[in-house]
Design a protein around this ligand. Structure first.
Ligand code: HEM
Length: 290
């Protein structure tokens, strides 16, 4: 139908975009581009992938922070995701599949976000001037989201790759050894701030964009949403810092036995977990010092 209208040139020419003397095939192509639904579809896809990643991150932070309850609690969560409680034996490849899925969404989200990055110095400067002129808080937030997103390209990729190729090395000692003896804590610290700030701003912007504002007064609703955003960041940064501290402390205490696998003390172990796993795996973190 749209095509028929285009052909019969019943659609008005958008002001200033098409000169009347442009030959018909070119004019129709340009008009089709102007009326393309793809930018909107890609925007929707970016919002959906961002929402998925933000919700995943919320769940992930709770799983990881189970170390704050006890080593056994974290061990139980890790084995649960390997299917230890409903399959004959734990299957770490299940975790690799989940990581693969998250990685795919992460790459898709990053690729879609690239469309909005300033592409050259002129665009970068134009945006910086625009931002300085506007002095609008939300434009500032977009800028922060751009830079935290840029940092996540590198930081999250390193973490996800480690989880993808060594899903079996997730456990109280294994994780603590990676964090401390494997020197991952500085990366996790940066990743924590980047991910939580990026995620909270992302959710805030999603709520504004798709009009999920709570209440009728838009100004008051925006203020409430901002408070929620800050509370979200603060809560998950605090939870992440406490968990990271727990991994660091356990890693320091376990440094002279780095590479040793965790063995639950009884009830916490699924019956099907093979005993005698208390050996250093090939890719265990290298010991520091003597
Ligand atoms: C399915 C994918 C993922 C899995 C299986 C996973 C698993 C883990 C595990 C087991 C830890 C504990 C430390 C360790 O063992 O090395 C951890 C820590 C962490 N992960 Fe992930 N992760 C995933 C995806 C992500 C993503 C996409 C992000 C952020 C963009 C992220 C951010 C973090 C942060 C910041 C920490 C440090 C936690 C803290 O401060 O307590 N993870 N992750």
């Amino acid at each position: 139908m749209t095509r028929m209208l285009e052909r019969s040139s019943a659609l008005p020419t958008p002001a200033g975009s098409l000169a009347p003397d442009i030959p018909l095939p070119h004019a129709s192509l340009a008009r089709r581009r102007l009326h393309s639904r793809w930018p909107a579809r890609l925007d929707l896809l970016q919002s959906a992938s961002g929402l998925f990643l933000a919700l995943f991150l919320v769940a992930h932070m709770f799983f990881v922070s189970s170390i704050l309850i006890s080593q056994e609690a974290f061990y139980t969560v890790a084995r649960f995701f390997e299917g230890a409680y409903f399959l004959a034996t734990p299957q770490p490849w299940i975790v690799s599949c989940v990581v693969g899925g998250v990685l795919a969404v992460f790459v898709l989200h990053a690729w879609l976000a690239l469309r909005k990055f300033p592409a050259n110095f002129r665009q970068y400067k134009a945006f910086a001037e625009h931002r300085a002129g506007l002095r609008h808080d939300d434009t500032g937030l977009w800028w922060i989201q751009l830079w935290t997103g840029f940092a996540l390209f590198f930081l999250a990729s390193i973490h996800l790759y480690g989880m993808l190729v060594h899903p079996e090395l997730i456990g109280p000692y294994e994780s603590a050894d990676r964090v401390w003896t494997g020197s991952m804590w500085p990366l996790y610290l940066l990743l924590l701030f980047a991910a939580e700030i990026h995620g909270s701003i992302g959710l805030y912007r999603l709520a504004l964009k798709w009009d999920w504002l709570p209440g009728r007064d838009p100004v008051a609703a925006r203020r409430r949403l901002r408070m929620l955003k800050t509370a979200f960041s603060l809560f998950f940064i605090a939870l992440g810092l406490l968990s990271l501290l727990a991994y660091v402390r356990l890693g320091i205490a376990h440094a002279d036995r780095a590479g040793e696998r965790y063995q639950p003390s009884g009830d916490g172990a699924p019956a099907n977990v093979a005993s005698g796993m208390n050996v250093a795996p090939a890719m265990a973190p290298v010991r520091r010092g003597g």
